[in-house]
Design a protein around this ligand. Structure first.
Ligand code: AHG
Ligand code: MN
Ligand code: MN
Length: 335
C-alpha cells in the first residue's frame, strides 16, 4: 500500500502553522509531538486494557481523595516521562500528583513551557470499555529561563494558555488541540502510528440539540440550573427543544461530541459540593480555551472560566460550556 502524501501528520501540521511566527523556536511543536507520543503509548495500553492486569484500582487514593485506577498511574507516568525527557517542558502539574514537579536538568530549566494535565479522564469508565481521555494545558512560564520553574508558572489564569488539547481514546483515537490560531483534530492512523489531520479548523455550532448533565444530582443544583434543565426537556419553538440528553461520564467524550455536534455540557456546583467536581487547571481551563477558540463559551455560571485567577493547583469550579446561543439561553435563567 502506498502512503497517501496528501495527508498531514500532527508534526507536519504544527511545524507548518508555527513557521508563520518569526519568533517561534519550534519548542511548542516539539512539546505537542511529545504529548502525541505519550498519548500513543497510553492508547496501546487502553486498547489492551481488558487483556492485561492493568485494569482496576491501584489501591491508593489521590490528592483529590479519589481511588486511583492503575491506568491513571500508567498514563500519568507516561506523560511525566516523555515531557521530562523532551526539550520543551520545564515542569508539570497533574491531577494525580500532590504537587507540581520541577524538571531540574539544564535542558528542561531552559525550556519555555510548563504543562498541566489530567492523564486519564473518565477513569470510572475504564473497566467498562467506554471512551476515556487525556486533557492538557500549556502555559509559557513567567519565571526566568535557566532557573527551576515555580508555582507562579502554573497558577496563571486560563486566558494565558498558549495551547490546550485533549486526546480521546474512543472508537478511534483522536488528538484535538487549540492555539490562538484555532482548533484542529487529528485521528490516529494505527497502520502507520501517526496522528493525521482529519478535522481541520473545528467550529462549535452556535446551537445544538444536546444537553449533558448528571441528572442524579438534579435536586442539588440551584434554582436557575434546575429551571434551565427543565426547559431543556420542554417543547420550545425558539430553541428547537426538547433537547436530547447525553451524558457519558467522561468529560472528554461528552465535550468532544458537543463541540462537533453543538450542545451544552454542565457540571454545576451541588449543595454538598458548591464548587462542583471538575478541576480548573486540568479540565476546565483547557476545555474553556478549546471551546472558546472554536466559537463557543465557557463559564462557572458567573464569570468566564478563562478569567478565574487560580489560587491552588487542584481547585475545583462549576462548569457550563458549549454552543454560544445555548450558553446565552442558560445565562438568561441566572438574570
Ligand atoms: P476523572 O476520571 O479525571 O476523575 O474525571 C471524571 C470527571 C469527568 O470526566 C466527568 O464528566 C465527571 O467526572 C463525571 O462525574 P459524575 O459521575 O459525578 O457525573
Ligand atoms: Mn478528569
Ligand atoms: Mn483523571
Amino acid at each position: 500500500m502506498n502512503i497517501n502524501r496528501s495527508i498531514l501528520t500532527l508534526d507536519e501540521f504544527t511545524i507548518q502553522q508555527l513557521r508563520d511566527f518569526p519568533q517561534a523556536t519550534g519548542e511548542l511543536s516539539s512539546l505537542l509531538r511529545d504529548i502525541g507520543l505519550a498519548s500513543k503509548r497510553v492508547n496501546v495500553e487502553v486498547n489492551k486494557a481488558g487483556l492485561v492486569d492493568i485494569l482496576g484500582d491501584a489501591g491508593t487514593i489521590n490528592v483529590q481523595g479519589e481511588d486511583v485506577k492503575k491506568l491513571d498511574v500508567y498514563a500519568n507516568n507516561q506523560f511525566w516521562g516523555v515531557l521530562k525527557h523532551g526539550i520543551s517542558c520545564a515542569g508539570i502539574g497533574s491531577e494525580e500528583m500532590d504537587d507540581f514537579v520541577i524538571f531540574d536538568d539544564a535542558v528542561s530549566m531552559n525550556s519555555k513551557y510548563v504543562v498541566l494535565f489530567d492523564p486519564l479522564d473518565g477513569s470510572g469508565n475504564i473497566d467498562v470499555n467506554v471512551s476515556i481521555g487525556t486533557i492538557f494545558s500549556v502555559f509559557r512560564r513567567v519565571s526566568p529561563l535557566g532557573t527551576p520553574c515555580t508555582v507562579e508558572d502554573f497558577l496563571q489564569p486560563g486566558h494565558k494558555q498558549v495551547a490546550a488539547g485533549y486526546v480521546i481514546y474512543g472508537s478511534s483515537t483522536m488528538l484535538v488541540y487549540a492555539t490562538k490560531r484555532g482548533v484542529n483534530g487529528f485521528t490516529l492512523d494505527p497502520s502507520i502510528g501517526e496522528f493525521t489531520l482529519s478535522h481541520p479548523n473545528i467550529q462549535c455550532p452556535p446551537t445544538g440539540k444536546i444537553y449533558s448533565v448528571n441528572h442524579g444530582n438534579f435536586f442539588q443544583y440551584d434554582l436557575p440550573v434546575r429551571e434551565y434543565i427543565t426547559a431543556c426537556q420542554k417543547k420550545n419553538k425558539s430553541t428547537g427543544g426538547p433537547y436530547t440528553q447525553r451524558y457519558i461520564g467522561s468529560m472528554v467524550a461528552d465535550v468532544h461530541r458537543n463541540l462537533i455536534k453543538g450542545g451544552i455540557f454542565m457540571y454545576p456546583g451541588t449543595t454538598d459540593k458548591p464548587a462542583g467536581k471538575l478541576r480548573l487547571m486540568y479540565e476546565c481551563n483547557p476545555f474553556a480555551f478549546i471551546v472558546e477558540k472554536a466559537g463557543g463559551v465557557a463559564t462557572d455560571g458567573r464569570q468566564r472560566i478563562l478569567d478565574i485567577m487560580p489560587e491552588s493547583l487542584h481547585q475545583r469550579t462549576p462548569l457550563f460550556i458549549g454552543s454560544k446561543l445555548m450558553m446565552e439561553e442558560l445565562d438568561s435563567y441566572r438574570k
